[in-house]
Design a binder for this molecule. Sequence first.
Ligand code: AMP
Ligand code: GLY
Length: 423
Amino acid sequence: MKVLLLGSGGREHTFAWKITQSKHCEALYIAPGNAGTATLGQNLNISPSDFEAVKEVVLEKKIDMVIVGPEAPLVNGIVDFFKKDEILSHIAIIGPNKKAAQLEGSKAFSKQFMKDMLIPTAAYREFTVDSKEAGLAYIDQHTLPVVLKADGLAAGKGVLICHSNDEAKKEFLAMLDGKFGEASKRVIVEQFLQGIEFSVFVLSDGKNYVMLPEAKDYKRIGEGDTGLNTGGMGSVSPVPFVTNELMEKVEREIVQPTIRGLNKKGILYQGFIFFGLIVVDGNPLVIEYNCRMGDPETQVVFPRLKNDLLDLFQAMHDNELAKIQVEVDQRAAAAVILVSGGYPEAYEKGKEIFGLDQIKNSMVFHAGTKNSGPSTLSNGGRVLAVTSYGEDFKAALKQSYQNVEKISFDGKYYRADIGFDLG
Ligand code: AMP
Ligand code: GLY
């Protein structure tokens, strides 16, 4: 099978690593990829948002399967583009269609969906410029903190947690006024939930689903979960506080009603569903859905997944996921992310990375990197993930941190406390 993988992050390097282990993988192309994916297949200088360019390369390279890593092309309808095209319609494309991807693409859609299906989530109201006054009045009497969310995709920046009603009203007006462009023309005002977060991943063929190992990521830039939100500074799997009992509750109260609800609404969901969950008083609630795998969760989930990934995708495409048994490596996996100094605000790129050849007993998944002659250069905020296995998360982290020390580049920063809240 000839495979084209879309995306360029650490998630995609991990996908590429797993795909090249598949017995079905004949050739792998990555568009656009990074210096890590270049060691596993051929990078193509194409944007995943340029559907016509993707089509051209699919035909030229005789691609059998296209795997979509990031959310933007899914939310913008790349799957619909393939299905509608006479020549492309027979090609397996892995990811949900535009309507299904609304689970991530529109928070108003996903909140209404959860309300309809009685799926536990924070209480909320939604407002637009036409209901601005009602919104201000609602925020005025809201308990603190108040959570404001842009309806649409806002590159992970569209959630604001406000600690005074005045701040919330100011931000609310700025959002309606286009703070996050079109994405915040509709705003969700939501109850703040106090609890501990983790993530659950499901692969669905529309009717059946399989569950992958759960994970926990660390989103804040600073130690002790302080400072600005980032794409993710580290991750662990399994998550020690996620007992079988809690996981059964998640499956019964959240995963199954989600799959049933999608069916009920006539939405064919084929692809990953990422459930961002929070546990409050022992009960799981949904913080958000994503229509793709997590980053950096993939960097710990896929190393624990023993199945052939292309087997899973083929089964999904053929509506045969019911026949698949997910097999999980019982070891823990932990990832530490190395980022460019200054991230998630302004940072510099193009710094030479040293020490990659010194790494033993860990895997290095590249995110923002590129090749320049014999050198590897930083090329983004998140630069590398160092993932290790261990008997438990502490042993896995210890191994990752040992190797983190061997890698250097100007301005290198990482959190030294991944897993700090796991006991
Ligand atoms: P998101 O961009 O939707 O992933 O949200 C970013 C982060 O904001 C989440 O991972 C949570 O930590 C936090 N968050 C979002 N909604 C809530 C909420 N209702 N209560 C508490 N924290 C929240
Ligand atoms: N790590 C969170 C995400 O991928 O959205």
